[in-house]
Design a protein around this ligand. Structure first.
Ligand SMILES: [Zn+2]
Length: 262
């Protein structure tokens, strides 16, 4: 669904920003198409899948390359002007993703060596640069997690682990294995307590002991017979800290999966 719907939606918006509500509508439709994930944390969705899935991200990557292609075509016919509006937009996009201009080079705290915009014309360089851009997108939203309104992330004693791109890659790898794993990694699964307090007041029992109204941390005690880990991203969103955590989070997931995801 994503490939066809999104590429059609991207055209026509290259010279003006789509209204926020339009972007949100397409992003929401994309998420709906892969499951009922609307309870998920906005920033986690952007980090785990948004750099590929979200319309606003696709538009950015497309505009950056198209601008360089346009400049190249103009030079080829001897035109002595550049598409200023597009160039300004590209600069804004890069600056918003926390890239800094250093001469003709764009540098980022994660990629100090940076890149030159004209390199996006070449296919292999573009693959590398578009990867840089997606990582900088995830880096940005990772740091916005600290301002998330979700109660698990804004508690007084909540400490967000430092940025770790290897960890994000593990999260992506794990969440691509099953729709239920994606649901967990973006925080779209409610605890029994939140479900009960929510507008639909649905009763859903703990798969371990059949109790209702359970707190999320109860699942660690009940399903894995262990204390909840300190790391909030592991505890609440099953984000592995390393590959060694895969076995533990797979067990957690499988016990939920018997009741919830099949
Ligand atoms: Zn239980």
């Amino acid at each position: 669904m994503n490939i066809f719907a999104k590429s059609k939606a991207t055209y026509g918006w290259l010279f003006k920003d789509p209204f926020y509500t339009q972007i949100r509508a397409v992003n929401t439709a994309s998420w709906r198409a892969i499951g009922r994930l609307l309870y998920g944390v906005k920033e986690l969705k952007k980090i785990v899948a948004g750099a590929h899935l979200h319309l606003d991200a696709s538009l950015k990557w497309r505009l950056i390359r198209l601008t360089e292609q346009t400049k190249f075509a103009l030079r080829a016919i001897g035109a002595d002007f550049s598409p200023a509006d597009m160039c300004n937009r590209v600069e804004n996009i890069l600056q918003n993703l926390q890239w800094e201009k250093d001469g003709n080079r764009w540098r980022h705290i994660v990629f100090p060596e940076g890149f030159f915009l004209h390199d996006v014309l070449e296919n292999n360089s573009w693959r590398k640069i578009s990867h840089f851009l997606r990582v900088s997108w995830r880096h940005l939203y990772y740091h916005e997690l600290a301002n998330s309104p979700r109660h698990e992330l804004n508690g007084q004693d909540t400490e967000l682990p430092p940025w770790d791109n290897d960890r994000i890659n593990l999260v992506k790898e794990w969440s691509q294995q099953h729709g239920g794993k994606l649901t967990l990694s973006i925080g779209a699964m409610m605890s029994g307590r939140v479900r009960l307090l929510g507008p639909s007041a649905i009763q859903r029992a703990c798969p371990g002991c059949n109790s209702y109204n359970y707190h999320w941390d109860h699942l660690w005690n009940c399903l894995l017979n262990m204390d909840p880990p300190k790391d909030v991203l592991l505890r609440r969103f099953l984000w592995p800290r390393s590959r060694q955590d895969f076995q533990m989070i797979d067990t957690f997931f499988c016990k939920l999966n018997e009741k919830y995801f099949d």
